[in-house]
Design a protein around this ligand. Sequence first.
Ligand code: GLN
Length: 486
Amino acid sequence: MMIKDYRELTAAEIVRRIRAGQLKAVDLAETALQLADSEGRRLNAVITLCHQKAISQAEQIDQKVASGNELPLLAGVPVIVKDNIVYSGYPTTCGSRILENYISPYDATCIKKLEEAGAVIIAKANMDEFAMGSSNENSAFGPVKNPVRDDLVPGGSSGGSAAVVAAGIVPIAYGSDTGGSVRQPAALCGVVGLKPTYGAVSRYGLIAFASSTDQIGPLARNVADCALAYEAIAGFDPNDSTSAEFDHPPYSKSIEKLSTKKPRIGIPLEYVSEGIDDEVRTMIDKTIEKVDAAGYEIEKISLPHTEYAVSAYYMIANAEASANLARYDGVRYGRSAGREQGLDTMYSETRSEGFGTEVKRRIMLGTFALSAGYYENYYRKAQKVRELIKIDFDKAFDSVDLILAPTSPTAAFGVGEKSGDPLQMYLSDILTVPANLAGIPAMSIPCDRTADGRPIGLQIMAPAFGEKKLLTVAGQIEQMIGYNYA
Ligand code: GLN
């Protein structure tokens, strides 16, 4: 049975109604599957529908309700995951031809945790190939449309995940953020997105792009749902050697109560200077005024090495990607071509046919940066810059609790507007990559719209493992802004 007001329901409300026996998980799953198949396909935001498992997960929830068992955190909530998170039994394409027919034999830890939390996994979302991009125009399955307006990009690389949330297909989706890929599409589509502290969410089963910055993060239509979605997947995992043993508080509870002590907020000069669109700057200034008027201490701060962040990020991310993507050689995963002509031909044909232009560009740049004679000048230097960026944040957090800035220098841009100019595209990440390089948590919440209706995202950054404070204050600011998600 289709649920009429489905698109208005938050995840928290779904769980409440499931608990009260007012909604059936199977009805929710069917409604979400149908929307994913119609609206999701129209936006080109989904690659694979996970019909069979979704229905059986939903049935299990309904049985639990019927037998009076205790219900988990996300009981019955339909979710969509980015197609670089492996889910056994369904293809995991990573937005690439090279993995077009690849089916993982195991589940990512994030998937296991979602199943334990009672979530119902509806589909796998479209994305930039191997998560490389800021507009979702690099997918082998075609670009994703922004639900705000068809001629706009949704941002990337988790553009499919942002679009399905913005379009009301699911209240929660998951993406991955290596240099901004959760926050930037969240900003461009007008939803909330969180990049957790590096090590807070297991990367086991997340197809590797740049292993030292990759993190899975949730997207939702409000901060409370984002906290629920984060709580469900956070935590130590022995299967990921970079997973942190950290005692995670119940994030969804913490955001319910507003703390009495007002946090000190830093505004980095470098994030509101040149290169930022005038309208974005004006709207962010207005939001900061509201926060100021609400009695929060606002302080101007400086993160002096910000100007080197994009260069350092693209050096490090490409170097790591060139190593991580070496495994796609026609032997084990997905596509294989030219086998009959011997090993060398198989490698080159598989990779020439399988990878798209942007992925090839990055593998070549990354291989160069790591090669003997260049390593010291490029890769090593970028690592030193990374350390300076981290130190900038450490110093800033000595005097402030949180940092506010825009998420993206512009609102959603047009399809085709930047796709021919990689440098322009890379500059879209100028405000998001520093948090990845420093490993700190950061989120984007919608704060306003441009005159022509394109959403603008406010970025909030916190010290490592400061998600509780981050989500709490984001919830407070969300109330001050009163953004209308519709
Ligand atoms: N846009 C950035 C890039 O292309 C970030 C990607 C990401 O976070 N996955 O590398």
